[in-house]
Design a protein around this ligand. Structure first.
Ligand code: UGA
Length: 431
């Protein structure tokens, strides 16, 4: 059993804290947000993530997981302190490190014994060295510490499974003893461990997210070519995916990527490249291709409806940026509804869990609690988020409720042949 402090109870922090507790460690999770901590003490989660509430409850009950606003309390006896705070996009796409800086300063003020500070947040290359300088400068008296980079690769919606069964754990530090101790902490996860230097570890995180984002933009560009030549991008992806050098994952064409990670990380990496006089053409185009997906949707729906969106009622199936989350950060639903509304359409929306989170971001969209009520009286539906619930819809009922049987399937969840046979005016992506 190790004593661990985790700073930040967002996606990464809360999942890290509860998973390490579940592995038998003693974990204190800290956040400066008093309301969040107060809620967590009552069992109220700050985010929707399948399985998280139960995991937190179980570990709080066993006494292995607790929550606090106090750095003194969180660091008391701790051998490891994870920094898992947000790194939002600043101006020009650079990562804003104000939360990392304040966490590093607070740790420096409150640590009383030697400590391994582990950065889990996605941070620009060189941040680990910068954090070490901050801690050194802010310590009231010198106490031994090491800074290690250990980037997180979990996905929203499957965060616990991703943490517990990682493809690899990356540990960056030139301090061999600290790197080995962090490696020991990850041994129960039984995944390959890559030990490297701080900057390389930080780069591995950006490189991984940028590669996955580029892979999606690539298949989306191919989708347009498939559509133009009458090929099926879903089968193209399957055919490509059998090649182990390519792999089938992250080749789902559709409305592109959003969320809190790919958009900010691709831009931050491009920003870093530009800062050194480089021209990151692939990263730039990865972004352009992605956001063009959203712009094209209104035109596709307009065509399906015979040429005019004015006064038409369009229903969005899904509002969150991806399935199994209520996260609305950089969700395609926002851009798509804005384009539809400015073309004169009335927009409705339904999402199994993101309705509350979506409402303030979509003030002109009428949000429904029931998918069939939303569909009743719509002129067309757009599949924006590929929730399983939408794959199981009673499509005969949907057809009866729609004013005209029009569906734009932005996530390729239905079978085009079946949809046409049912009498839908149906368009998918790249099929
Ligand atoms: C992503 C990475 O997958 C994680 O490894 C990483 O830890 C995380 O960012 C992060 O840096 O914190 P996440 O953004 O939660 O995770 O979700 P993904 O499942 O990767 O999906 C990202 C976006 O790509 C979503 O909008 C999704 O709809 C889209 N996507 C994904 C596609 O359009 N096609 C695909 O084939 C896969």
């Amino acid at each position: 059993m190790k004593q661990i402090c985790v700073v930040g109870v967002g996606y990464v922090g809360l999942v890290t804290a509860s998973c390490f507790a579940d592995l038998g460690n003693s974990v204190v999770a800290l956040d400066v947000d008093e309301k969040r901590i107060e809620n967590l003490k009552k069992g109220i989660m700050p985010i929707y993530e399948p399985g998280l509430e139960e995991l937190v409850r179980r570990n709080v009950k066993s006494g292995r997981l607790s929550f606090t606003n106090s750095y003194e309390e969180a660091l008391d006896g701790a051998e490891f302190a994870f920094i898992a705070v947000g790194t939002p996009s600043g101006v020009d796409g650079n990562a804003d490190l104000k939360y990392v800086e304040s966490a590093a300063k607070s740790i420096a003020h409150s640590m009383t014994a030697s400590l391994i500070i582990i950065n889990k947040s996605t941070v620009p290359i060189g941040t680990g060295d910068w954090v070490a300088d901050i801690v050194k400068g802010a310590q009231p008296k010198p106490i031994d510490f090491a800074v290690v980079s250990c980037p997180e690769f979990l996905r929203e919606g499957s965060a616990i499974a991703d943490f517990m069964s990682p493809h690899r754990n990356v540990i960056g530090s030139l301090d061999k003893d600290a790197a080995n101790k962090v490696a020991q902490l990850h041994l129960p996860l039984r995944a390959p461990i890559v030990i490297t230097d701080l900057r390389t570890a930080e780069m591995i995180k950006y490189a991984s997210n940028a590669f996955l984002a580029a892979k999606i933009s690539f298949i989306n560009e191919l989708a347009d070519i498939c559509e133009a030549y009458g090929a099926d991008v879903k089968e193209v992806a399957a055919g490509m995916g059998y090649d182990a050098r390519i792999g089938r994952h992250f080749l789902d064409a559709g409305l592109g990527w959003g969320g809190s990670c790919f958009p900010k990380d691709v831009q931050a990496l491009a920003y870093m490249a530009k800062g050194k006089g480089l021209n990151p053409r692939m990263l730039n185009d990865t972004v352009v291709v992605n956001y063009d997906r959203r712009k094209a949707v209104a035109t596709h729906v307009e065509k399906l409806l015979g040429g005019d969106l004015k006064g038409k009622v369009i229903g969005l199936l899904g509002l969150a940026f991806k399935e199994n989350t209520d996260d609305m950060r950089d969700a395609p639903s926002v851009d798509i509804s804005t384009a539809l509304i400015s073309a004169g359409a009335k927009v409705r929306g339904y999402d199994p869990v993101a309705r509350k989170a979506a409402a303030p971001l979509l003030p002109e969209v009428e949000i429904f609690d029931d998918v069939y009520n939303m569909t009743d009286g719509c002129d067309a539906l757009i599949v924006v988020t590929p929730w399983n619930e939408f794959k199981q819809l009673d499509l005969e009922r949907v057809k009866d409720l729609l004013n005209s049987p029009v569906i734009y399937d932005g996530r390729n969840i239905y079978d085009p042949t079946l949809m046409k046979a049912m009498g839908f005016s149906y368009r998918a992506v790249g099929r």
